[in-house]
Write a protein that binds this ligand. Structure first.
Ligand code: ADP
Ligand code: MG
Length: 318
């Protein structure tokens, strides 16, 4: 590595904080050294974002620094894990200090909010691409998984669905205005870390909505060996998303748009949601029920059942 690459690491990726669990050894040596408390287990996940594939070419760097960490935090949220450490591999086409300063600001603002330490990484030259490996802690044997949904459980989703998908369309076709709620949902998603932790011991299954509600809920259904019906009228949609669905005459559009980073989870019927929802950080909405019959069905307002198990297709009169 060249001396200028060393100074990039010093200037933009070395931030020491005493919050949370600092590493025993962080950025600067050949490896980071981390101490996992005896009563805890480590949850690890990696996500890569490639320019032109996962984010728009010439994306604003501060938002990008936020987003790349947010999508990784969202995976920890879906397990109920407490974020602790991350490693950042970044490939840059050139050294642009202004860009790096903004990226680092977006990254560390969100890291600080979650008491997360950047403990190491790699810096290379090439087409812009960012990979984060994120680590979080779980009490031993206490976690949310995709595989525990049972027949009769209720299906919930946090926040609202489809805003990030709409924000992507708006960002593609014009200026990226962070005051626009949909654009903000796309470029600055808020991972539901606190909600995931609050669901530990309550939710029978959980996933974060990154590829679209239908695709992600299908992962829960397949891994739990169950099926589900969603009541379309109960889906939490903002006015902007509802208007977009009218404009494009597509009633099921929000089921297959990605990037929402909300949590979709199931709760057994014995859990009384009314008694706990004041404690939850985010509005949650019941959208359907787990059933024995495999597959994902959406009950439209008309009463028609739409099969959403693979892409989507209409049932013939059933
Ligand atoms: P090596 O040659 O052993 O791969 P590097 O020279 O790539 O080490 O990195 C030097 C130190 O800086 C290491 O501790 C590494 O973890 C850290 N590092 C490199 N790039 C980054 C980055 N983008 N963010 C955080 N830490 C980084
Ligand atoms: Mg290296």
């Amino acid at each position: 590595m060249s001396s200028s690459e060393f100074s990039i690491i010093d200037d933009f990726f070395t931030v020491k904080s005493t919050k949370g669990l600092p590493p025993i050894l962080g950025v600067g040596d050949d490896c980071a050294v981390l101490d996992v408390p005896n009563d805890k287990q480590l949850a690890i996940s990696t996500d890569t974002l490639v320019e032109g594939v996962h984010f728009l070419v010439n994306s604003e760097p501060q938002s990008l620094g936020h987003k790349v960490l947010a999508v990784n935090l969202s995976d920890l949220a879906a397990m109920g894990a407490t974020p602790t450490w991350a490693s950042l591999a970044i490939t840059l086409p050139s050294i642009n200090e202004e860009w790096l300063a903004a990226f680092s600001k977006g990254f560390f603002e969100l890291a600080e909010k979650h008491s997360l330490h950047l403990v190491g990484g790699d810096t290379t030259q090439g087409p812009l691409s960012i990979t984060i490996t994120i680590m979080g802690l779980l009490q031993k044997h206490r976690r949310l998984t995709r595989s525990g949904a049972k027949v009769g459980d209720s299906i919930y989703v946090s926040g609202a669905i489809g805003n990030a998908g709409l924000g992507l369309l708006k960002s593609r076709s014009g200026v990226v205005d962070l005051n626009d709620h949909d654009v903000a949902a796309y470029v600055r998603p808020s991972p539901r870390v606190q909600l995931g932790q609050q669901l530990l011991g309550m939710a029978s299954s959980c996933i974060d909505v990154s590829d679209g509600l239908a695709a992600d809920l299908n992962h829960i259904l397949q891994q739990s060996g169950v099926g589900a019906t969603i009541q379309h009228q109960d889906l939490p949609l903002t006015d902007s998303v509802q208007q977009h669905m009218i404009d494009i005459a597509d009633e099921v559009w929000p089921y297959s748009t990605g990037d929402d980073y909300e949590l979709c989870f199931t709760l057994p019927s014995i859990v009384n949601i009314d008694s706990i929802d004041q404690r939850l950080e985010k509005k949650i909405t019941k959208i359907g029920v787990i059933e024995e019959q495999a597959g994902l069905r959406i009950q439209a307002k008309s009463g028609e059942l739409i099969n959403f198990s693979k892409g989507y297709e209409h049932f013939n009169g059933k």
